[in-house]
Write a protein that binds this ligand. Sequence first.
Ligand code: SF4
Length: 364
Amino acid sequence: MNNELSKNEAKQILTSDLNTYLDLIKQINQNKTNNKITFSKNIFLPLTHICQNNCGYCTFKQEVDETKKLVMEEKEIFTQIQNAKKQGCTEALFAFGESADKNENVMEKLNNIGFESMVDYVYYLSDKILTQYEILPHTNMGIISKNELTYLSTVNASMGLMLETTNKQLMKTIVHKDSPGKDPEKRLKFIKNAGKEKIPFTTGLLVGIGETIEDRVDSLFEIRKLHDKYNHIQEIIIQNFKTKENIPMKDYPEPSVIELLKLTILASKMFPDVSIQIPPNLNQDLLLFFIMCGADDFGGISPITQDYINPETDWPAIRELEKNINSINYTLKERLPVYDKYINKTYLKEKVYEKTIKLQKRIN
Ligand code: SF4
């Protein structure tokens, strides 16, 4: 399925000269079967900013502080969900710190509102959203057990976890030295468990955190291996590291545009059956170039909530985005948090399937 590229050939793609790239770009565009770029209209619900990890690039994590909320409460969540409904959002994205409930203050808070764990709380919220609204939950809460994955898959349309990189050495550097959950082996095991459970899955690479070209190739090959076995990867995000004030990695250089474009070309060659996603708020001026290199999805775009992971960059307005891509004869197409090819009873549990079918009719 990966055009039978060897690792060496893949590495050559990341190190070729301009003429080779132009040829590859031409091939990618000649082989395209449609000119649609997809996105999902979502609401981002960061249930907690507490996290067991301390990644060198993070501005999302917060320490326990009496002045701040430990966990978003149900009332606030459903006020926002009402708003999302008015705006026509179809995805409720739960993305938040990993193993937050290992923190005793978080656990106490959860117990006070009637829950035994974050998984327990996410299940309750997802089930309520699924039952009462035309909105589908998608959860990315870091590593959880296989049983917990199974449990959440009964009320989630899809789930996600960034692989980031397979480079184990970063576990000893400023990047991930205090982030046990970023161990590549644990993350690959998690993605494998999602495959065993037939959960439509989103993963991706974080580019520019100290990984080498070989690591980028290796990361894509590991994802490919899991997808060949379980056929559950619906999209691969190519996310660029952004430098920010007040992060331990503030002096790290950002990856160059050329590196990102090359990686997009390689990913689209290796994954003709998977969407390649570029976060539009991180690359606003360059989106057309990424599309030419094979990107075909912009991920979740929220009309109401910010990108809490990169709060300094706003989502582009959907109309502007549309105008932009129309200029190269592409069209913008709304999709659900689960891709069409996974909308069946093999991949979606009964309750999720019923709601997804209804929503699919609405947006098509
Ligand atoms: S796992 Fe996510 S929230 Fe936690 S420290 Fe790392 S980047 Fe921040």
